[in-house]
Design a protein around this ligand. Structure first.
Ligand code: ACM
Length: 640
């Protein structure tokens, strides 16, 4: 569509001087006087920044309002130039720049501004990204289009790929259920394909229970007169049917490389019980269909945990009947709302939330695919919007300002305010009502150094309990109380790794997700915790895939190429004695940049499948060349 907006925002990062220039081009409309330019971005203006060409009339994290200097006038055909010399961090990719913008005229009316991708050192360009070129299967590789690669394979020959897979009528109930779920899954994922699974004519798959096969394991025996799938239960059957469907699909799409075998066996089982993917549905809202679609892609990769990050400073997405204002007010951002536009949202009210029925539908969908949904309510930090909607949760005597790494002021729930615990009781009751998962995730990441130290109530609590108020001992006190509340509701706590600070938690039943560095997981295990590994430098899919300016994403943890994800060997630095404490692995996708079209697919796929091989396969089964030649057969989300 041609750009007809009279206002266009260009931006440029001068990497030598570390100065950002914003240039508002005015093609029409009235002469600007007393106007304000509002922008959202990934960067934040540092408190010591000098700004030329405007004054900073307002800021919340990455939402900035620049006021036109008094007495100036900018006519159509002219530009308004603003320079700022100190930002929260060095800008490394175009996606760090402005994401949305609008003008506020002197009469208070708002007007959209078209935002161009930020350039580097004035060099024009356009966003682009390297797609992975199709690769040939390495010589000698088994003709097996299966990701993650099965544990033991010995197969030969090929069956007719035109025929679908059909389950034998006498198959046990668990196999019938798994077949129906996988058939429906493939129908949703591959809408343009001929059906992979049918009733009627086709390759008959006999199914038989084999109690000796542990959870998730399966065996496939191929013989000229039929295929036999054995498993210990529904998970194993589901995995087996997915493997068969992947082979059939490969044989149809790339018959030179792949086959549905005629003879031989596949013996397979997962390496880890926790094979997860996290999605931040707070920074951006994901419609139900997007989440269902993502769950489907997880299932085809044999992943079995979906970690749903339901709140953050920038939004609260889960309806809590006792506190309806949370979703009425904090699930939406816009001018005049409790939350201003942030991270790409426009002046108009936008957002969304999940009702109880939505969550029940997602949980049921996940369960039908063997995926448990672990809800995360991120506390005590990352609670800016909660505290804006429920100011009674603040200590009225609090003085001083601390700021989170994302520049949200005083954003931690206060353990010394009794209303905090009433609020959390309602939230946990709701989680328990909606989510059957054993673990409920309580966040605990990135509480700011200095949090609570300006709160007389929290200081008194710290002095009473510990002789001294200190942020992380108070955090430990907070989290232990949360752990007890979850235990009283029959659940265990999951948390990010910072929960171990200041005295930590009771290790019994607790699950810590290690994210800051690949070596942090081992240190947590040494302290007695059970651990999920999600190291940012391998498994954070919001990290850009390369250092190029035009590659989208962030890179505070470095860039994460497909190979960086693939080659990570979870637990390889752990002594054998600690390995029983390694529950598994998961990827994380933080959504700060995900307002831009096309980014979800580019950032998630095929790194998701690379992580899935790490979750499923023993290291000796991994082979990057074979993976590269097969990954293009894996599904991507329809979200784009
Ligand atoms: C995190 O990345 N803050 C867990």
């Amino acid at each position: 569509m041609p750009n007809t907006a009279p206002y266009r925002l260009l931006s440029d990062w001068n990497a030598q001087d570390r100065v950002i220039e914003l240039k508002l081009e005015i093609a029409g409309g009235a002469t600007l006087a007393g106007a304000k330019l509002a922008t959202t971005s990934l960067f934040r203006i540092h408190p010591e920044c000098r700004i030329e060409g405007a004054t900073l009339a307002g800021q919340l994290s990455n939402h900035h309002v620049f006021a036109q200097p008094e007495g100036t006038r900018i006519a159509p055909g002219q530009s308004w130039i603003i320079r700022a010399d100190r930002l929260s961090h060095v800008l490394r990719h175009y996606t760090y720049g402005p994401k949305s913008a609008f003008l506020i005229l002197a009469d208070g009316s708002t007007h959209p501004v078209a935002v161009e991708p930020m350039t580097l050192n004035g060099v024009p360009g356009a966003p682009h990204w390297e797609e992975i070129a199709p690769q040939d299967l390495p010589a000698g590789a088994a003709p097996l289009s299966v990701i993650p690669a099965p544990r033991a394979v010995s197969v030969a020959g090929r069956r007719d790929p035109a025929l679908p897979l059909v389950i034998a009528t006498e198959a046990p109930l668990a196999a019938q259920k798994a077949f129906s779920a996988v058939r429906a899954l493939a129908g949703r994922l591959f809408t343009r394909d001929e059906p992979l699974y049918c009733h009627g004519e086709g390759h008959i798959v006999a199914a038989q229970d084999e109690a000796a096969l542990r959870d998730g394991a399966y065996r496939i025996a191929f013989a000229r007169d039929g295929i036999t799938l054995s498993a210990g239960g529904e998970d194993g059957y589901r995995h087996g049917f997915i493997t068969l469907g992947q082979m059939l699909r490969g044989a149809r799409q790339r018959p030179r490389d792949f086959a549905l075998p005629e003879a031989g066996t596949i013996d397979d089982e997962p390496r880890f019980g926790w094979r997860g993917a996290h999605l931040d549905v707070a920074r951006q809202f994901y419609a139900m269909q997007d989440v269902v679609d993502f769950l489907d892609c997880l299932a085809w990769n044999k992943l079995n945990r979906f970690h749903m990050h339901l709140n953050d400073d920038e939004a609260w997405r889960l309806e809590i009947p006792r506190f309806p204002a949370l979703t009425e007010k904090a699930a939406f951002r816009g001018v005049g709302e409790i939350l201003p536009p942030l991270l790409g949202t426009p002046a108009e009210r936008t957002g969304g939330f999940y009702t109880g029925d939505d969550i029940r539908a997602l949980v049921a969908h996940g369960l039908s695919l063997g995926i448990e949904i672990i809800p995360e309510i991120d506390i005590p930090g990352h609670c800016h919007c909660v505290l804006e909607v429920l100011p009674e949760l603040r200590d009225p005597g609090e003085t001083g300002v601390y700021r989170s790494v994302q520049y949200f002021p005083n954003n931690a729930l206060n353990p010394a305010v009794e209303a905090t615990w009433d609020f959390l009781a309602a939230v946990f009751d709701r989680l328990v009502e909606l989510f059957p998962a054993r673990h409920l995730h309580a966040g605990a990441d990135e509480v700011a150094e200095g949090a609570w130290l300006g709160s007389p109530l929290a200081v008194a609590l710290g002095e009473r309990l510990f002789g001294k108020a200190e942020t992380f001992t108070l955090q430990s006190h907070f989290l232990k109380r949360v752990q007890e509340m979850l235990r009283a509701r029959g659940r265990d706590i999951a948390v990010w790794e910072e929960a171990a600070l200041g005295g930590g938690l009771d290790a019994e039943g607790a699950l810590l997700v290690a994210w800051r560095e690949s070596k942090s997981g081992r240190a947590l295990a040494e302290q007695g915790y059970r651990v999920v590994l999600a190291p940012a430098e391998h498994y954070y899919f919001d990290m850009a895939r390369s250092a190029e300016w035009w590659e989208p994403g962030a890179s505070w943890a470095g860039t994460v190429s497909l190979r960086d994800t693939y080659d990570y060997d979870p637990g390889s630095d752990w002594p054998d004695a600690l390995k029983p404490q390694l529950a598994g692995v998961q990827s994380c996708l933080w959504s700060e940049n995900l307002s831009l079209p096309g980014l979800f697919t580019h950032l998630v796929y095929p790194r998701l499948s690379a992580m899935a091989e790490g979750a499923w396969c023993a290291p000796e089964r991994k082979d990057f060349a074979r993976f590269l030649a097969t990954q293009d057969l894996m599904p991507v989300s329809a979200r784009g």
